[in-house]
Structures are given as C-alpha cells and as structure tokens.
Unconditional design. Structure first.
Ligand code: CMC
Length: 441
C-alpha cells in the first residue's frame, strides 16, 4: 500500500453488495439489513483486502455488533425492549419483568417470574466482609466511585463465578449482581451519612426493598410509601436498556477480553458516571438550582448555552440517537407531575424546567440541532421529590441499567462472531527518529 492520496467512492445498489472505489481499485462490500430495515455496509474485511481502515470518532456511524435486544428509532422517537414498546412496559410491567425480558428475550410466564424473583430475593445480602470495604472510603466519596469499586470487588468473593463460558456459573453471577447492586448502592449512601447499614428485608419487592435499605434506620419504623416504590420501579424500568450506549459498549468491550462479569459491569458503572451519560441527571438538577439561585427565569442561561460560553450546555437536552423526542422523557414528564401532586410536593425547579423546555423547543438553536429533552431532564426532579440526594441519582441509573448491561454481555459472550474489541487508529505522531542521549538534549 502506497502513501499517496486516496479517492474514495462508495455506491450502494439494490443488490446485497456495496461497491467501494479507492484510487481506481474496486472492492465489493456486503450489505447487512436488520429486522427494522436499518442498513450497514460490512467493512470487517476492508483492511485485509484494501489495506485501509475507516475513521469514525465517537462511533456515530459504526455498528459494533448485531443485537436482538433493544430497538431505537431516533427519528421517530421509538424505543422497544425485545420488540415491546417502552410505553406498554411503563404502563403494564415491572422492572424485574422487564429485566427478564431483556436478558431472556421473552416475557416470562408467571412461574418463571416467580422463580426469578425468588432467586433475586435470596441473594440480596452482601458478604459481611464486603461491608468492611466501606470503612476504607472517605465519607464524602462519590457514591458512583464507591459503587463501581465494590461491584468490581465482588469478583474477589466469587471465584466460583469466573468462567464466562459456563452458563450455570454466569446465571448465578447475574442473579447475584441484580440482587446485590441495590444493597451496594444503598450502603454507599448509608456510609456517606454515617448511618448503620440496613439489612435487606426480603418480604419487600425489589424497589421497596431498596428504599428500605436507603431510608430506614434501626431507631424507628419505616413504611415504604407505595407511590414512591412504584415510581422508583418505573425509573429503573425506563433506564433498563438503551442498546449500544457508552456504558453498554464499555461492558461489551471489557467483556470481549473474557474478563469476568463483575469486572465488566464495574467498568460499565464507571462509564455511566460521566456527566455526558448517566451523570446528566445530577447535572440537570445542579443546573436548575444554579438558575434558581441566580434569579434568572432561564433566558439568560439559555443565551449562555447558545453562545457556547465556557462550553455551557443545557443538561438533559440532546441525544446522539434521538433526533425527534426521547419517549422516556415523555413518560417521565407525565410521571413527574403525577408523583409530585400525589406526594404533595412542589418545587420551583419543576417550573424552571418547564420554562426552559418551552423556550428551547421554540428556539432556532435547538430546533436546527434537533435537541429535545432526554431521559435525564425530568428524572432528577422526580428523584429529588422522592427524597433521593442529588449525588445518588446516577447510582439509581446504575441499578436500572444493570439488566441491559447483562443482556449485552450475555449476547456478546454467545456471539460466534465475537472477537476481542480492538479498534485501529491513524497514527499522526513523529516519524522515525533516533534516541537522543540525555547529555545531548
Ligand atoms: N445544549 C446545547 N447544545 C447542545 C447540546 C445541549 N445539551 N447537545 C448538543 N448540543 C449542540 C452541540 O454544541 C453541537 O453544536 P454545533 O453543531 O454548533 O457544534 C450540536 O448540538 C451537536 O452536538 P454533539 O455534541 O455533536 O452531539 P452528540 O451526539 O455528540 O452528543 C450528548 C450527545 C447527549 C452528549 C449531547 O447532546 C449533550 O452533551 N447533552 C447534554 C448532556 C446530557 O443530557 N446527557 C444525557 C444523554 S441521555 C442519557 C444517557 O445517555 O445517559
């Protein structure tokens, strides 16, 4: 392969092949079509045949795998888990049922669901030695840092759950994770508050049990409010999967090296933490609080966003995939009004959020860039109304996203096409040059 200029031309006919011309030479590339008619040009043999690679920073045009888990049509605002619309699941299902659907591919029978719930309930406690880790973390440590670390440390406790190709071992590891992550998250909160850890109470349902571990203390009775529990369950369900997002891709990437499941999930937790990903729910509330404190009605803030002053963004707006609306945001906006009313909570942050949304949706800057509210725009306001401290928001997203990560990891491990994830690069550094001894520099 020479170093000269290349001229690329890609033509995609009605046939099952695309024609790529580089510097006068032609290459045929297979075309892959998904069940919803998305089209991909398969370039997996391009470097071998043509000696070139493709470049796609941020992977906006790159399919890393075929997947049968979640379908998103960002132009039409569609999200489906295993074909089932998110709106139907939000109305009729529960988080654990949706988790089963994502991981197993079908809605469970009553018997399957009952057995699954039993297994999850059975594994909710953590080893007593796990609790000792918390003492080593500063009280002001971010709960996402603690959660990621403790999830990773689970691999030290379960040497019997390391063989990624052993389905039975992995089933136990998966149940352990889904059962224990709420306990781990709740303990990160208790540690930050200096309060005793509360044992899980296995007569409670999944979300209610989590709320109990978060908010109960040994000093007094704690009744889980059913409205709060149902809302928490809905929030978990709406976050349960979102196909090849940053954290799911991280889980797949780490897992592709056949690292154990706990390590791969721990990496997913850390990827989720970033403010451009799961950390946005915390960033939204902090942004609304700043606007409130400054006495602005939102207009000055939006001017700053549009002028891109100091990289200011309207947090909770915009999405790599949704260029119309995010269906999860629509469900959460409605839930936000309902829950606040039923709990008798009023917050000026909701007024500011509604005002910002109204102005932004009519503004050319946001219209031209197809920026709409995403899942994080209203979720933080709900969580605050439920009494969840702001720095815990992303840990709740973690609990919700866990079944999605697991579904992707399992799909990846069983995919016969799976290879270690190892992207290429175009090197732009110095050409070969001699080593210069220290005294000559
Ligand atoms: N506020 C202001 N401008 C924005 C925003 C925003 N929230 N989002 C994108 N833009 C602008 C951006 O400046 C760029 O403008 P220009 O074309 O003039 O350079 C254009 O829109 C395209 O943005 P991008 O950064 O290339 O888009 P992306 O697909 O790489 O980023 C995103 C997607 C979600 C990271 C981004 O929209 C963003 O930063 N949003 C705010 C953070 C947020 O709410 N994240 C949660 C995402 S949903 C849950 C999750 O994934 O975890």
């Amino acid at each position: 392969m020479g170093r000269g200029l290349y001229y690329f031309a890609l033509a995609m006919g009605e046939s099952k092949k695309a024609q790529l011309t580089i510097d006068g030479s032609s290459y045929e590339l297979p075309i892959i079509r998904g069940t919803e008619n998305e089209v991909a040009v398969d370039i997996s043999r391009l470097r071998n045949t043509a000696g070139v690679i493709t470049m796609d920073p941020g992977y906006g045009n790159t399919g890393s795998c075929s997947s049968a888990i979640t379908f998103i049509d960002g132009e039409r605002g569609i999200l489906r888990y295993r074909g089932v619309p998110i709106e139907d699941l939000a109305e009729h299902s529960t988080f654990l049922e949706a988790a089963w659907l994502l991981m197993e591919g079908e809605l469970p029978t009553q018997e399957e669901l009952d057995t699954f719930k039993d297994h999850i309930t059975y594994h909710t406690m953590v080893h007593e030695d796990v609790k000792r880790f918390y003492a080593g973390f500063p009280h002001n440590a971010h709960p996402m840092a603690v959660t990621g670390a403790v999830v990773g440390a689970l691999s030290t406790f379960y040497p019997d759950s390391m063989q990624v190709t052993n389905d039975r071992e992995m089933e136990i590891a998966i149940h352990r994770l889904i059962a224990k992550v709420p306990t781990i998250v709740a303990y990160s909160y208790k540690h930050s508050m200096g309060q005793p850890f509360m044992s899980p109470l296995n007569k409670l349902r999944y979300a209610a049990n989590f709320l109990h571990m978060m908010f109960a203390t040994p000093a007094e009775e704690y009744e889980v409010d059913p409205v709060v529990a149902r809302t928490m369950d809905l929030i978990f369900l709406l976050h349960a999967d979102h196909e090849q997002n940053c954290s799911a891709s991280t889980v797949r990437m780490v897992g592709s090296s056949q690292a154990n499941l706990f390590s791969a999930i721990s990496a997913g937790v850390h990827a989720l933490w970033g403010p451009l990903h799961g950390g946005a729910n915390q960033a939204v509330v902090e942004m609304l609080e700043q606007i409130l404190a400054s006495g602005d009605d939102g207009k000055q803030f939006l001017d700053k966003v549009k002028n891109k002053r100091a990289g200011t963004r309207l947090m909770g707006f915009g999405h790599r995939v949704y260029k119309n609306f995010d269906p999860r945001a629509t469900i959460l906006k409605r839930a936000c009004f309902e829950v606040l009313e039923r709990l008798g909570v009023s917050t000026p942050l909701l007024d500011i959020a509604v005002q910002l949304e109204e102005i932004a949706l009519r503004d050319d800057y946001f219209i031209a860039r197809k920026l709409y509210p995403n899942v994080d725009f209203y979720s933080g306001i709900i969580l605050q109304a439920l009494g969840v401290p702001v720095n815990m928001f992303t840990t709740l997203f973690t609990i919700g996203r866990l079944p999605g990560w697991i579904a992707h990891w399992t799909e990846m491990i069983h995919d016969p096409q799976n290879r270690i994830a190892r992207p290429r690069q175009i090197y732009t550094g110095a050409r070969e040059r001699p080593y210069v001894p220290m005294e000559q520099r």
